[in-house]
Ligand binder design. Sequence first.
Ligand SMILES: Cc1cc2nc3c(=O)[nH]c(=O)nc-3n(C[C@H](O)[C@H](O)[C@H](O)COP(=O)(O)O)c2cc1C
Length: 201
Amino acid sequence: MSDATLQLAVIIGSVREGRFGPVVARWFAEQAEQHGAFAVDVIDLADTPLPLELPPVPPALEPHMARPDGMADLTRRLGAADAVVVVTPEYNRSFPASLKAAVDWHYTQWQAKPVGFVGYSGGSGGILAMEQLRQVFGELHAHTLRDVVSFPRYYLLFDQDGTLKEPEGPAGAAKVMLDRLLWWGSVLRDARRERPFAAEL
Ligand SMILES: Cc1cc2nc3c(=O)[nH]c(=O)nc-3n(C[C@H](O)[C@H](O)[C@H](O)COP(=O)(O)O)c2cc1C
């Protein structure tokens, strides 16, 4: 991978049977591939055991703690990311518990990295979930992007085969977000290389 290429993790936040998340993530991953600046890694949280029972010591205090069997791959891929996009639905005005568990099991993996959001749901298009995620990622020293992609009433917007009926608007929103991710991701990657991030200051 050239230094001009940023490692982008696209996280599918929902894990329930029959979920729509992979359709949205597939569409966004295509946008990111076409953008040209990113090596895209789609991370499906359904592939990873995410216990709700968290470790006795917070990851903030023990970043290299032992994690459950089966989480190592997720941890490695999050750690390798220069930029993150979370694909989230909205459950009762918030984001899925699966996503919160994945976030809470990690700490340094999020630090000093840009995080973008792609939301989908009923009327709100995932906006309420995304706004709550901003609070969470702020605690982790991640930088959340102002610009998001939102699909209100997504079930009216995609065909049966998962193709967007009118792709221009969402593609434009994705391009804006990817351009911002590239800027923040490059700047923060260089900064992390120059001076490791010290959260305990
Ligand atoms: C438990 C639950 C709560 C939901 N709450 C909301 C909500 O507050 N706002 C909304 O717009 N949609 C809500 N929905 C609709 C979901 O956004 C929609 O079902 C979406 O497909 C969920 O994403 P998923 O299919 O990837 O799991 C809710 C769905 C579930 C299952």
